[in-house]
Ligand binder design. Structure first.
Ligand code: DX5
Ligand code: ZN
Length: 235
């Protein structure tokens, strides 16, 4: 029953730039690199799909010029299909769209791959995992939101753990080799549970950039997620 439980997948922590000091993007990139991050998570919000506004392709391009890190671009916007090429050209390595925002999800995922980026599907906390049932082969990442998207610093929703477990179980049954990502309220306290449930990519804003010592906080979080050489060998 707990077969999908153990951290058998290498776990990566993706700092979310949303909580960084955006007046110094270059420094925010540098500190993520210094901490040993492999992925930087970029939150695009349109004021429609979510009640907040952030940035678009122009800023993603600016981040691209500051770092070689993998850019994981999370589109919290309506009609994401209209901007896929713009984000890919700006330097996104992965583009994640919300299932709730796509009338033609399979087509949008195919368009992301055609743009050269890895394709991700995000699910709001209340959206069941069945939303991805017919697109497993079309995506490289599934993002289970662990807060309602729109803001950093919100409390983790433990009900989503069951969805992560189900997604991991299905991924194993299908032999699917993509990533299962969680985003929202991830801290050193909540990370062990999401990893045990089967998540392999942990987005964290407040728990990394929101802290005084970003590098130490990143390491603490990664350690709490069971990552590091000991985990990799023991998995
Ligand atoms: C929320 C965003 C997250 C956000 C998470 O809608 O999608 O990526 O940065 O922030 P924390 O880690 O503070 O919950
Ligand atoms: Zn996000």
């Amino acid at each position: 029953m707990v077969s999908s439980g153990g951290p058998r997948h290498p776990v990566r922590v993706a700092p979310s730039l949303l909580s960084a000091d955006l007046s110094d993007i270059r420094q925010a990139c540098r500190v993520a690199e210094q901490a040993g991050a492999e992925i930087l998570h970029l939150d695009v919000m349109d004021g429609r799909f979510v009640p907040n506004l952030t940035f678009g392709p122009l800023v993603v391009g600016a981040v691209r010029r500051c770092t070689k890190l993998y850019l994981d671009v999370h589109l919290m916007m309506v009609h994401p299909e209209e901007f896929l090429d713009a984000f890919a050209r700006a330097g996104a390595n992965g583009i994640t769209v919300h299932a709730e925002a796509c009338s033609h999800l399979q087509r949008t995922l195919a368009a992301i791959r055609a743009s050269g980026a890895r394709a991700g599907v995000a699910l709001n906390p209340a959206t069941p995992e069945s939303a991805v049932e017919y697109v497993w082969d079309d995506c490289d990442l599934i993002l289970a939101m662990t807060v309602n998207p729109g803001f950093g610093g919100q409390a983790f929703l433990p009900a989503v753990l069951e969805k992560v477990r189900r997604l991991r179980a299905q991924a194993e049954t299908r032999g699917w080799s993509g990533n299962i990502e969680v985003d929202g309220g991830i801290t050193a306290d909540t990370a062990p549970a999401v990893v045990a449930a089967g998540a392999d990519t942990l987005v964290a804003g407040s728990a990394v950039y929101g802290q005084q010592d970003v590098v130490a906080s990143f390491h603490r979080l990664r350690q709490s997620a069971g990552d590091g050489p000991a985990h990799a060998e023991g998995s």
